[in-house]
Design a protein around this ligand. Structure first.
Ligand code: SAM
Ligand code: DTB
Ligand code: SF4
Length: 322
């Protein structure tokens, strides 16, 4: 079945509904498509940090911004598999490896393929986010067993140039095509709080929902304002706006995993509960994102328990969750 296209106007009309009506509508869609209501735990590891040549205005890892994040070498395979085992022991089912590259070079891509094989061999779902990929590179990762590739549109096409100057929206869409054609599932979302208008937020959701098929996973990040980045002093968005965006993502992409991603610490537990109500059913789990902090894993387990939200099952039972 193909995804119906969504226009910006249609999504804006959804987002602008009275808040409770919007959350109620999104919750009904969520219950219909995910009757178990389980929340996926995805852990994140930066396998190559800092020194990125891209100029993304939100990102602490860009060489263009004085954030004090040093460029480091790629992690050893043993360090990556140790981290993956620890994430699995703590209850994660998906392991996402991130690298601060514009696009991987051939040598690094082969190293990544090896990491994918190792992590996949542990029984974890694998995800990678390495920047732009050629069709050949996507096929190499697919052959290594990569389940998901994360590549975000980040914002609407008409706001993109305000935030990123070193690549174009069309470059992102091209990589997404290569990923899909190689048979890898697509993880694609964006960020709220980049100085965009509500109509531009609706534009991002419309772009995502009109990908055919819609992304399998949709990360919704709340901007983490890192000192030294051009967006460090951006006015924080009203947290209820994040809930509205999650709700719009759930309604327009009913079968996708909608991940409440970066910036959860700043939202607090009450708003996170509203996000789960509005259809978020995945989180980044573990004390660190790529370079910034994330809620403590034990606190996240406790929160899900307090909300009676089951976690997505592992292939083997996990002690940390019992
Ligand atoms: N370099 C690759 C790329 O850009 O595709 C992969 C890593 S990059 C850090 C992955 C995503 O993290 C970005 O597309 C953006 O959505 C998100 N991100 C980066 N910095 C962020 C921040 N300060 N707050 C929220 N999300 C952020
Ligand atoms: C995504 O959408 N969010 C993650 C992941 N994909 C790679 C990254 C969030 C980064 C937050 C800031 C940092 O720690 O660098
Ligand atoms: Fe580089 Fe990705 Fe950060 Fe952009 S978001 S600067 S591409 S690591």
């Amino acid at each position: 079945m193909t995804t119906p296209g969504w226009t910006r106007q249609q999504v804006l009309a959804l987002i602008e509904q009275p808040f409770m009506q919007l959350v109620q509508q999104a919750h009904a869609v969520h219950r219909r498509h995910f009757p178990g209501g389980e929340v996926e735990l995805a852990s994140l590891l930066s396998v190559k940090t800092g020194g990125c040549p891209e100029d993304c205005g939100y990102c602490p890892q860009s060489v263009h911004h004085p954030t004090g994040v040093p460029a480091s070498r790629m992690l050893d395979p043993a360090a990556v598999t140790d981290a993956a085992r620890a994430a699995q022991a703590a209850g994660a089912t998906r392991f996402c490896m991130g690298a601060a590259w514009r696009s991987p070079n051939e040598r690094d891509l082969l190293k990544m393929a090896e990491l994918v094989r190792e992590v996949s061999g542990l029984g974890l779902e694998t995800c990678a986010t390495l920047g732009m990929l050629s069709a050949d590179q996507a096929r190499t990762l697919a052959a290594a067993g990569l389940d998901y590739y994360n590549h975000n549109l980040d914002t609407s096409a008409d706001h993109y140039g305000q935030v990123i100057g070193t690549r174009r929206y069309e470059d992102r869409l091209e990589t997404l095509r290569h990923v899909r054609e190689a048979g890898i599932k697509v993880c694609c979302g964006g960020i709220v709080g980049l100085g965009e208008t509500r109509a531009q937020r609706a534009g991002l959701i419309a772009e995502l929902a009109s990908l055919d098929p819609a992304p399998d996973s949709v990360p919704v990040n709340n901007l983490v304002r890192v000192p030294g980045t051009p967006l460090a002093d951006e006015e924080p968005v009203d947290p209820f706006e994040v809930v509205r965006v999650i709700a719009a993502a759930r309604i327009t992409m009913p079968r996708s995993r909608v991940r409440l991603s970066a910036g959860r610490r700043e939202l607090g537990e009450g708003i996170q509960a509203l996000c789960f109500m509005a259809g978020a059913n995945s989180i980044f789990y573990g004390d660190k994102l790529l370079v910034t902090g994330n809620p403590d894993a034990a606190a996240d387990r406790a929160l899900l328990q307090r909300l009676d939200l089951p976690v997505a099952a592992q292939s083997q039972p996990c002690e940390a969750l019992s």
